[in-house]
Design a binder for this molecule. Structure first.
Ligand code: MN
Length: 387
């Protein structure tokens, strides 16, 4: 039997809202993932991309990862990884993860045209194929399915095999944002280990078993809804003679986040309701609350009363949305998008304007940028994504 830990999208170095404690949160989640793997005596670790938040991480993030890799190497375990879209150098340079080969970090597919993508492992008398394809998009996207076919053909020679891939696969993201369809994926592998989509997905009722391990912390508020349902976690995977079982292990260190939307008259009540519903999930860290105040409000008064609660919660910049309730009662020319429509005289432009407005209001500049470029049909290599 072979046992390994599959995790993904750890975005080391991410400093959300410029808060250094948020950067530490990502390191703590990574440490917890390693602790889980080592205490479960896994044979090795696989990481399916977006190891770092950017392709040229800061020195602190590099040092933190060196420490993590050393813990794995001291335990005589290996780590196999591929590049996510965040890890792939945006200009001619080497991938950051290559620096750590001396600690047993093996990058499958370093992006070179002749990159070695496969490695054969042997545990417990069983040989296993690991095959990694780093993120392919932009010009590379058209070659992706061809690469999947090559991988598929190599895996036919093995009873046990794992594919590492970092892509958006439909139906797990809206089709326009996807580089492949689920039906395009190789079918000869035992386990398809995926990264890129930050929510956890597992399909284990059919062969091969397919999973997005998901991120270990949230890089966008769009991850909160799924986090509230299932938390963040890692996959413990066992493979025996081609049979796969996946156990999801929830991370305890991921900082709790929640959105609360209320009017000024009742937001304190709503915060209390949220507290009684979720307090047992807060853990040791101060929970982060994304608060939206709808309708008419006295912003100064809200801000002052939130200061008194600041030892209990970390409030992200509060959002005031006077439009929100009005638009429900009277849809004509009272919601922002109606104004955009009137101004542009074009549904597509007005929905773009509305989406950009919504994302910028959340301070998600990179996401807004992506929305614009996607809408204009520009495939691009530079910049960050929230995935
Ligand atoms: Mn990611």
């Amino acid at each position: 039997m072979v046992k390994f830990l599959h995790f993904s999208d750890t975005h080391l170095g991410n400093r959300e809202y410029g808060e250094s404690f948020r950067e530490e949160d990502f390191y703590e989640a990574f440490q917890e993932a390693i602790n889980i793997g080592l205490s479960e005596h896994v044979d090795f670790f696989i990481h399916t991309g977006d190891l770092f938040d950017t392709w040229n991480p800061g020195n602190h993030a590099l040092l933190k990862f060196k420490d993590f890799a050393r813990q794995i190497s001291d335990a005589n375990r290996g780590m196999y990884i591929i590049m996510g879209d965040h890890d792939r150098p945006k200009r001619r340079d080497d991938p950051a993860s290559k620096i750590f080969d001396f600690l047993g970090v093996k990058l499958l597919d370093d992006g070179a045209p002749d990159a070695r993508r496969n490695v054969e492992l042997s545990y417990d008398g069983e040989s296993m194929l690991l095959y990694g394809i780093s993120n392919m998009k932009g010009l590379r996207k058209d070659l992706l399915v061809e690469e999947y076919r090559k991988a598929e053909s190599m895996a036919t020679d093995y009873r046990s095999s794992v594919l590492l891939s970092h892509q958006a696969v439909s139906p797990y993201l809206h089709p326009e944002a996807c580089e492949a369809r689920y039906d395009d994926l190789p079918k000869t592998f035992s386990y398809l280990a995926f990264g890129h989509i930050h929510d956890h997905v597992v399909r284990d009722k059919e062969y091969p078993v397919f999973s997005y391990a998901g991120s270990t912390d949230m890089t966008s508020s769009s991850e909160i809804a799924r986090f509230l349902k299932g938390g963040k976690g890692v996959n413990l995977v066992e493979v025996k003679g081609g049979e796969v079982s996946v156990e999801r292990v929830r991370l305890k260190s991921t900082r709790f986040q929640v959105e609360v939307t209320a009017r000024q008259e009742n937001y304190i009540d709503e915060l209390e309701k949220m507290h009684s519903r979720y307090a047992d999930r807060f853990g040791e860290k101060k929970p982060m609350v994304l608060l939206t105040i709808t309708g008419e409000s006295d912003r100064e008064e809200v801000k002052n009363s939130l200061k008194k609660l600041s030892d209990q919660y970390f409030f992200r910049r509060v959002r005031f949305d006077p439009q929100k309730e009005v638009s429900v009662e009277e849809p004509n020319m009272n919601s922002l998008i109606d104004y955009f429509k009137a101004y542009f005289g074009d549904d597509s432009m007005s929905s773009l304007a509305n989406e950009v407005y919504e994302t910028l209001r959340d301070d998600e500049f990179e996401k807004a940028r992506r929305v614009i470029l996607e809408k204009l049909g520009i495939d691009f290599e530079v910049g960050n994504y929230d995935n």
